[in-house]
Design a protein around this ligand. Structure first.
Ligand code: CA
Length: 227
């Protein structure tokens, strides 16, 4: 059974989310402040974390940064919860590397769709176990990624994005299609999500970031490997 940690100080919201996740077949763990949330995440290593940003003790960003620094939790997908007015917050959250976000108030159904899309993304994609393109190598079984034959850390979202583009190298991929494929839904309001992920991905690829091209008014493309 997949386990989801909810870090949320508002009891009503935590209970509502927890109830719906349990009903959908997930095991739920809850923490009501940032410090306990961090401790529980490191100890339990859940499959996914729903992380509120406004938390007592330690705010969601600080929790997130700590979890991304620790090898035990670096790859755990995170959905951030932000208040409606905090537009800057969600952008910062995405730039920090959150997999997705939801703006309060949201319906439990919306959250469920996000959770399911992300957990599905973390499963091994079909096809050959290993896929190599230029300096990139993907082990689809373990979701491990190698850059110039050195292991490199990508989140499952970044892994899927880059793999999808590499498997279609040379062809520009439409941003809406990309979003629908990776996040499981398409929404113009979330176009920022794709761009912030691409920006982070390129940073992680270092000198090889130039393999990923922005195609104006279409989306993104990974260049073809030389013969
Ligand atoms: Ca809160």
């Amino acid at each position: 059974m997949q386990r989801i940690l909810i870090v949320e100080d508002e009891q009503d919201i935590a209970d509502l989310i927890g109830f719906n996740l349990q009903r959908a077949g997930y095991e739920v763990i809850k923490a009501h402040d940032g410090i306990i949330g961090t401790t529980v995440a490191l100890r339990e290593r859940p499959d996914l974390i729903v992380l509120d940003l406004m938390l007592p003790g330690r705010d969601g960003y600080a929790v997130f940064r700590e979890l991304r620094r620790d090898s035990r939790t670096v790859n755990i997908p995170v959905i951030m919860l932000t208040a409606r007015a905090q537009t800057e917050d969600r952008i910062q959250g995405l730039e920090a590397g959150a997999d997705d976000y939801l703006t309060k108030p949201f319906s439990p159904k919306e959250l469920m769709l996000r959770v399911q899309a992300i957990l599905k993304r973390a499963e091994a994609p079909p096809g050959t176990v290993n896929f190599t393109h230029g300096p990139f190598r993907f082990d689809k079984t373990s979701l491990k990624f190698y850059l110039d034959n050195e292991p490199a850390e990508l989140t499952s979202t970044e892994f899927k994005l880059l793999l999808f583009l590499c498997e279609r190298a040379g062809k520009a991929q439409d941003r809406n299609d990309l979003h629908r494929t990776i996040w499981g839904y398409s929404d113009a309001a979330h176009s920022r999500t794709l761009d912030t992920h691409m920006k982070r991905l390129r940073q992680k690829l270092g000198v090889h970031g130039s393999w990923v091209e922005t195609v104006r008014s279409i989306g993104y493309r990974v260049i073809q490997a030389p013969e």
